[in-house]
Ligand binder design. Structure first.
Ligand SMILES: Nc1ncnc2c1ncn2[C@@H]1O[C@H](COP(=O)(O)OP(=O)(O)OP(=O)(O)O)[C@@H](O)[C@H]1O
Length: 366
C-alpha cells in the first residue's frame, strides 16, 4: 500500500467547475497514493461524477492548480492521453464481440499483436474468474459477469489509475455484496489504484482504504472508514454516516475536549467535541449519538451513574428486527432511537432512564 517515498498516483489541487450557475466542484483537492482504494461518497448532486469526469478528461475544469496522474500533469490533455481508465455502471461493452475480444480490444488499439492481446485478455479473465466464458457473446452473460468483463477490459491495459463510476449500482443486493469483496480482492491482487464512486456508505466503508465524503461540490471529510464512522467531522458527516439521534442546544461550558450543552427545555448533555472547529460557550451546537450507544436502566428513586449522560424516559416496546431490536424512548430532550444487538429478549423491567457515555456523543457547531 502507501509508501511515503512514492509519488502520488493522483493529485488534484483546487479544482473548480460549474455548469451555468450550478457550482459542481468548489475548490476540491485530493491526493491518492499508489495501491490505494479510495471511494468518493456523497448524495446525488454532490459532484462525484463531475470529479471523475475531470480526472478522466471528459470534462475540463474551469480552474485548477494541478491535475496529475502518475506524476504527469494532464491538464488540457484528451482522455486517451491520460493514464487512467473508467469502468461505467452501464458496462459499455461491445455486444457483437465475444468476451475475450471485448477484453483484448484496448490492447489491440494500442498496437499489441492479436495473439498476445488474446493471451493477456485470457489472463485478465482468469483474474475475474471468467476464463471458462471467454468465447461467449456478451448477451449470454449475467449482469455480474458483464461487470467483471468490463473490469477486466479496463485493467488489462494496466492504467496507473482505474476509475469506477458506481459499477455495482445496477446489480441486485446479493450479487452486489459478493462483487464488493471480489472487487477489493481483484484490486489487492493487481496492486492497482482504484478511485470508486458510490452513494452507498456501506460500500464505501467496507471496500475502501480511505473515503472522500462530498457535499455540495466540496470535500466534507477525508479519512479511513473507521474515522468517518466513529469520528465524523461535522453534523452533516455524522448524519450521513448514520448517527440516528441528532439533538440541538447551546454550549454552556467546554472542558478537556468536552462540552456541556443545554437544550431549550433546560436538559443538559455532556458530549465530546468533534471536528476541527472549536466550540465556545454561548454558541449553538448539534449533538450526534448512535442508537446502539444508548442503554436503558432503571434508577427509580436513586441517582443515575456518575460521569454519563442520563435522561429520564418513557421507552416504547422493543421492535424485533432480526439481528437486533429497536425502540424509541421519549425524553425531555426529544424522542431518541435505541438499538440493541444482544438478542430480542434483553429487556429492562421498569426502565425509566436512558444513559450513554460522554465519549459516545459528539458535538459540533450547529
Ligand atoms: N451536464 C450538466 N449540465 C448542467 N448541470 C450539471 C451537469 N452535470 C451535472 N450537473 C449538476 O452539477 C451538480 C453535480 O453533479 P454530479 O453529476 O457531479 O453529482 P453526483 O454526485 O455524481 O450525482 P449522482 O450521484 O446523482 O450522479 C449537480 O447539481 C448536477 O445537477
Amino acid at each position: 500500500m502507501n509508501t511515503a517515498a512514492q509519488a502520488p498516483i493522483l493529485e488534484i489541487q483546487d479544482a473548480v467547475h460549474s455548469y451555468g450557475s450550478v457550482l459542481a466542484l468548489d475548490h476540491v483537492s485530493l491526493r491518492v497514493e499508489p495501491g490505494e482504494f479510495v471511494s468518493i461518497l456523497g448524495e446525488s448532486g454532490s459532484g462525484k461524477t463531475t470529479l471523475l469526469r475531470l480526472i478522466s478528461g471528459l470534462e475540463q475544469a474551469q480552474s485548477i492548480t494541478r491535475l496529475a496522474i502518475g506524476g504527469q500533469s494532464v491538464i488540457g490533455k484528451p482522455p486517451a492521453q491520460r493514464n487512467c481508465t473508467t469502468v461505467f455502471q452501464s458496462y459499455a461493452l461491445f455486444p457483437h464481440m465475444s468476451v475475450e475480444e471485448n477484453v483484448a480490444y484496448g490492447l489491440k488499439v494500442r498496437g499489441v499483436a492479436r495473439p498476445e492481446a488474446l493471451r493477456q485478455a485470457r489472463e485478465a479473465l482468469a483474474v475475474v474468474r471468467l476464463e471458462a466464458k471467454a468465447q461467449r457473446s456478451i448477451g449470454q452473460l449475467s449482469g455480474g459477469e458483464k461487470q467483471r468483463v468490463a473490469l477486466a477490459r479496463a485493467f488489462v491495459i494496466r492504467p496507473a489509475l482505474l476509475l469506477l463510476d458506481e459499477p455495482l449500482a445496477a446489480l441486485d443486493e446479493k450479487l452486489r455484496i459478493d462483487m464488493q469483496s471480489e472487487l477489493v480482492e481483484i484490486q489487492r491482487s493487481l496492486g492497482m489504484t482504484f478511485v470508486f464512486i458510490t452513494h452507498s456508505k456501506e460500500e464505501a466503508l467496507t471496500m475502501s482504504d480511505r473515503v472522500v465524503l462530498m457535499r455540495h461540490g466540496r470535500v466534507e471529510q477525508i479519512g479511513p472508514p473507521v474515522a468517518l464512522f466513529d469520528s465524523p467531522s461535522s453534523l452533516f458527516a455524522a448524519e450521513f454516516m448514520g448517527f440516528e439521534n441528532l439533538l440541538g442546544g447551546r454550549v454552556l461550558e467546554t472542558r478537556d475536549g468536552t462540552a456541556l450543552i443545554e437544550m431549550a427545555n433546560g436538559t443538559r448533555i455532556r458530549s465530546r467535541v468533534g471536528g476541527d472547529q472549536p466550540l465556545q460557550a454561548g454558541v449553538d451546537a448539534g449533538i450526534a449519538v448512535r442508537a446502539e450507544h444508548l442503554r436503558l436502566i432503571s434508577v427509580t428513586g436513586t441517582n443515575a451513574p456518575a460521569g454519563v449522560n442520563a435522561l429520564p424516559c418513557k421507552p416504547s416496546p422493543a421492535a424485533y428486527r432480526g439481528k437486533y431490536t429497536e425502540r424509541w424512548a421519549d425524553t425531555p430532550a426529544g424522542r431518541l432511537k435505541l438499538r440493541n444487538w444482544e438478542g430480542k429478549n434483553v429487556d429492562v423491567p421498569s426502565a425509566d432512564t436512558v444513559i450513554w457515555e460522554v465519549e459516545d456523543s459528539i458535538a459540533f457547531p450547529a
